[in-house]
Design a protein around this ligand. Sequence first.
Ligand SMILES: NC(=O)NCCC[C@H](N)C(=O)O
Length: 305
Amino acid sequence: MKLDVFQRGEESRLRSNERWSVRSETDRLTDVLLCRPAFLEPVPCCSVTQESLRDGFETSVPLALRQHRALQSALERGGVRCHFIRPDPAMPDMCFTRDALVTTPWGLLALRPATGHRRREADLALVAARRMGALLAGRVNGGTAEGGDIAIVREGLVIIGCSGERTNAQGAAEIADIFRARRWDVIIYPFDPHFLHLDTQFAMVDDGLAVACTDVLSDDFLAQLARHGIETIPVTYKEARGLGCNLLSLGGRRLIASADNERVTALLRSRGYTVDTLELDQFTRCGGGVHCLTMPLARVGDCQG
Ligand SMILES: NC(=O)NCCC[C@H](N)C(=O)O
């Protein structure tokens, strides 16, 4: 892991560090990085998209743009500022901003997407982040790593999914080193590449509560979650393929989810969560839901006001 901190004065580095940081996936979301799906196409690089193509699915960019604007509105209604990366015609999956960067408590980490058509996304996302004055805390250099595999569960605990294809062992180790150096607990979860990313099987809903595809996740992983005091709401394999696990917490018991997952949404509502649901089929049929479409730039914990 090469440290590649932007050349700024120490004082402005510290201010920037406080401004652009995420300590938990369920703190109040204030800023998010998005990319319009202006060039969205179903690339057959994950199992869900391959199935969509077998079914004859084709994307409609005008519809995808409308669905994306509705996502932006839902985020803004929830008090979240939306920042944008410029879409690039050579990058049909770039609207899934989650995978190019991850915001840590110490600034941004530039990741290294594994597939050729996504590799340059991290550099383009960094251009947008630089414009905002965000601090680059590091960069994955040797291995490959994608943000859908990284769950910052709470201060002191991060989970890194490792399918070997998107995030490989070296990429996972590079990220783990950063967190371990700050004395965080790191769970590295190996899984079959069929499932693409950790966030298609698991997502934090609240402090100590996650939705999880329990019939797919290993018993060992589920036991580790329990040891860390994380309760899981089971989501079926079929629901997970429809991106039923791929929801986004805005903090304060508020969530955004895709409209297809009625059972999971009803369950969450019955537990007191406000769930804003959106039509997102243009994206879910390409393998990504709300979680994949959003890269949190800043979240604020209770004690940070
Ligand atoms: N974090 C995510 O699960 N992102 C979804 C990425 C879908 C995209 N079609 C891909 O295969 O990379």
